[in-house]
Structures are given as structure tokens and as C-alpha cells.
Design a protein around this ligand. Structure first.
Ligand code: AVI
Length: 321
């Protein structure tokens, strides 16, 4: 280092992503994966209990009703991994059904350590299943599972809860392609996806009257304050949920109530917000049946079977490489 130069430490990945998203020309953005710190994960669990948010209950109903059939279709020795374990509650149905036929290891893959701990506690009692939590990004975790598999074992990837919808098209297709590249012929993917429904119902689900989803969204700014020494005034931002008919997605935004300047020390950033300007924090795409078949096939999977919840249209699709 030249004499007199000031040593600045490199930005953390979180700080770099925040800086990049908030200095974007046009629409400011923050990646939705940062919604899930310890508090955010708890708020998401609370969202899943809301009567207006039918996604998790629909997912659970389909798995409860059809796990035995899913297990009948998957034969032989295997390892199971799940991208984003959540609390692990709905996964129990699948693991119990699969474990009636053989012992296996289950790898929940999560960036949230607290969610991993909950999952391990919740599912640790299933006798024929060994649990190895991987605190990793999804694809890094999947690569590790692929490296650990033994000869003759098939991988079953669980991607439940419609997290695929949080990858805005065409990122969803690209993500499925990346999964496919890590897998081998004969491996499986069980994909949960929320289906298109009336916009008014979707807005209720993502802007609930109790304000839980608003708290979940605003917690992202609170997290930036906590972890990156930001000075967001949370009362000067409001939660907004919009249905975008063109992309068939619910968008979550945080809208600035007034013109204001925010400083985030650890991201080396001062940013101005105009009154009414928004930060786009999440996209939740809603699928049509033919669209699902299209992206699955385009990614290199074949549809083996599909089950649909009738109360809250939600599909569980079993795909094979
Ligand atoms: C995790 N993911 C599938 C949820 C969704 O419905 O897109 C996250 C969420 N955002 C607001 N409510 C729930």
C-alpha cells in the first residue's frame, strides 16, 4: 500500500448488493433473499398463518394428500435435499412417505442459520432419516449434495412453497436449468408453484390487514440499519403490494412518504429518495399450467406427475431429468 493511503475494507456481499440496488438508474431494488434474517424468517412464518395467505396451507394440503403416491413413483436408493428448508413442517409428509421404503440422508439447504436449526429440531425425530443441514446458497448446497452422493444413489430435490416464483421470469427458467446441470439422468425435482388467481385475492394475500407482510417488507430496511449502520426512518416508508398483469406477478415495494436522504455507512452510500419513489423488494410470479410445463421442459426435465390444490390453486409437480 502506498504511504499515506487509507485502508478501506472491502464491502460485504450484503453491503455491495444494497449499494448496487439503491444506485440503480430508474427503479431502485433490493434482492428479496435479504428479507430472511432471523426476524424476517419469523415474520414469514407468521405470514404463512394468515387466512389471506393461502400458499403454505395449499402446499401442505397437496403434500399431505399425495406424499404416498409421490414416494411410490420414486424408487431405489436416494439422497433428498431441499432448497430453502423453511420450518420443515410440510416436508415431513414427503420424508415420512419416502422413509417407509429406505433409510436416507436429508440435506436442508438454507442461508438462514436459525431456519436450519428450526428445521433440524422439527424433523429430527423421523427414524430412518439422517439430517445434515447445509448453510449455503441453494446451488452451492446442491453442488455439495451431488459431490457427496454415493454410486447408484438418485438425488431428490425438493423446491416447495413456490419460491421458484420469487425468481422473476426468465430467471426461474435459468435457475431450473442450473439445477438440471448439477443433476444426473434419473434424478428428481419436486416443484411447488402458486398458480394464477384473481388480482384482488393476491393483493389481500400480500397486503394483509394485520400488517404482517408490511412488517416483513419493512424489516429489510431495519436489517440494513442494524447490520450496515443505515439510518432509514422506517416511519417514512410504506409497504406496497401491486399485481402486475403483464408479468403475472405480485410486486412488493417500499414507498418513500417524502423526499429524504438516507446514509448507509457500511455500504459507503448516501442516497436520495423522492416523495413516492419506491424500492422494489420482491417479485412473486403466479403460474399458468402450460407455462409450468414449458419451463420444466425447456430446462431439461420431463413431467412425471402433477397434483393441484382446488381450494387455493397451487401445483406440486414431480419432474425427472
Ligand atoms: C417465499 N415466497 C414464496 C413467498 C411468496 O409468496 O412469494 C414470500 C412472501 N412474500 C410476501 N409474502 C410471502
Amino acid at each position: 500500500m502506498p504511504t499515506g493511503a487509507i485502508a478501506t475494507s472491502p464491502l460485504t456481499e450484503f453491503a455491495a448488493d444494497v449499494r448496487c440496488g439503491l444506485t440503480k438508474r430508474g427503479q431502485k431494488e433490493l434482492p428479496s433473499k435479504y428479507l430472511y434474517d432471523t426476524l424476517g424468517s419469523k415474520l414469514f412464518e407468521a405470514i404463512c398463518e394468515l387466512s389471506e395467505y393461502g400458499v403454505t396451507r395449499a402446499d401442505e394440503r397437496v403434500l399431505r394428500a399425495h406424499s404416498r403416491e409421490i414416494a411410490r413413483r420414486i424408487s431405489g436408493d436416494l439422497v433428498v435435499c431441499e432448497l430453502g428448508s423453511g420450518s420443515g413442517r410440510k416436508t415431513r409428509y414427503v420424508l415420512e412417505a419416502l422413509s417407509r421404503r429406505r433409510r436416507f440422508t436429508y440435506f436442508p439447504i438454507e442461508i438462514s442459520r436459525s431456519a436450519l436449526a428450526v428445521c433440524e429440531r422439527e424433523l429430527g425425530d423421523i427414524e430412518a432419516v439422517g439430517i445434515v443441514g447445509l448453510e449455503r446458497e441453494y446451488l452451492d448446497g446442491l453442488l455439495e449434495v451431488a459431490a457427496r452422493r454415493e454410486r447408484g444413489q438418485k438425488i431428490v430435490v425438493l423446491f416447495l412453497g413456490s419460491t421458484i416464483g420469487n425468481f422473476s421470469p426468465p430467471a426461474d427458467l435459468n435457475f431450473l436449468r442450473e439445477i438440471r446441470h448439477i443433476l444426473d439422468a434419473g434424478d428428481w425435482l419436486l416443484l411447488g408453484s402458486d398458480m394464477l388467481k384473481p388480482a384482488s385475492q393476491l393483493i389481500e394475500a400480500y397486503d394483509d390487514p394485520l400488517g404482517v407482510t408490511a412488517a416483513f417488507n419493512l424489516n429489510l430496511l431495519a436489517r440494513i440499519n442494524r447490520e450496515l449502520h443505515g439510518d432509514f426512518d422506517l416511519r417514512q416508508f410504506e409497504h406496497v403490494a401491486r399485481f402486475n398483469c403483464e408479468t403475472r406477478s405480485v410486486e412488493m415495494h417500499l414507498r418513500s412518504r417524502q423526499k429524504q436522504i438516507v446514509t448507509i455507512l457500511d455500504a459507503d452510500l448516501t442516497v436520495t429518495f423522492q416523495a413516492g419513489e419506491t424500492i422494489w423488494t420482491e417479485n412473486s410470479h403466479k403460474y399458468a399450467v402450460e407455462e409450468l410445463a414449458f419451463i420444466a421442459e425447456a430446462a431439461g426435465f420431463k413431467t412425471d406427475a402433477q397434483w393441484m390444490d382446488q381450494e387455493w390453486p397451487f401445483a406440486e409437480t414431480l419432474l425427472r431429468v
